[in-house]
Design a protein around this ligand. Structure first.
Ligand code: FES
Length: 247
């Protein structure tokens, strides 16, 4: 059975223009559609009426690229925990529901158009982190580099971060500590991450501050909305790494 929904969507021509919510009707939506497929249907309707489609970002549509940055009913990536907006299904909503859709809002993520914001500050933090030293020659066998199961798991959990920015969007301070913590943690637990360990954490924190992200005040909203369920233990590790590097 299909659904009809009322949408309130943030429309903004460009970074300078004043944005506002505009109402739309999404008709005959299948509960099996993803949230982005529902927006596709609305856009097809708009295009058929010679109206400007709603700009929103997506790429993989399978929860791995982090492009689908939408705040749905006030929650980054919507109501399902551990789920990106592209993996959210319309069966999560009821026929006749009103759904409000907004972009990430943070000083460091400037608006581009409608629901699209500029998240390149994350790329610049990664660039500041620099490279990982490796010896040239053929790749060594995996089992010649001993890594304990505990450290392998900690590194792997942190490496699940897809850099979507939901942590920043959910934080009242627009802090990027969960993101930076994940990127630092994924390398600090591995032998390959050791040579540049101290420079990396200092450079990334410096860049994070320079880009205008706020400070962490332990509200843990970031962990609650993270579609990859990254734990705030990476923030603890980031703080510890930073102090260690300073010393
Ligand atoms: S579009 Fe890639 S994670 Fe949603």
């Amino acid at each position: 059975m299909s659904m009809n929904l009322h949408l309130r969507i943030w429309r903004q021509k460009n970074s300078k223009a004043k944005g506002q919510f505009v109402s739309y009707e999404a008709k005959a939506i299948s509960p099996d559609m993803s949230f982005l497929e529902m927006l596709d249907v609305v856009n097809e309707d708009l295009i058929s009426q010679n109206q400007e489609p709603i700009a929103f970002e997506s790429d993989c549509r399978e929860g791995i690229c982090g492009a689908c940055s939408l705040v749905i009913n006030g929650i980054a990536h919507g109501p399902d925990s551990g789920t990106t907006a592209c993996q959210l299904h319309m069966r999560r909503f009821k026929d006749g529901d009103t759904i409000t859709v907004e972009p990430w809002r943070a000083k460091a993520f400037s608006p581009i158009k409608d629901l699209v914001v500029d998240r390149s500050a994350f790329d610049r933090i990664m660039q500041a982190g620099g490279f990982v030293s490796v010896n040239t020659g053929s790749a060594p066998d995996g089992n010649t580099i001993p890594i304990s199961k505990v450290h392998a798991d900690l590194a792997f959990d942190a490496a699940a971060c897809i850099g979507c920015g939901a942590c920043v969007a959910a934080c009242k301070n627009a802090s990027a500590m969960l993101f930076v913590g994940a990127k630092v943690s994924q390398l600090m637990h591995l032998p390959q991450g050791q040579p540049e360990r101290q420079q990396r954490v200092q450079a990334m924190i410096m860049k994070m501050d320079e880009e205008g992200f706020g400070s962490c005040t332990n509200t843990q909203e970031c962990e609650a909305v993270c579609p990859k369920e990254i734990s705030t233990r990476v923030i603890t590790e980031l703080n510890r790494e930073f102090v260690r590097a300073q010393l």
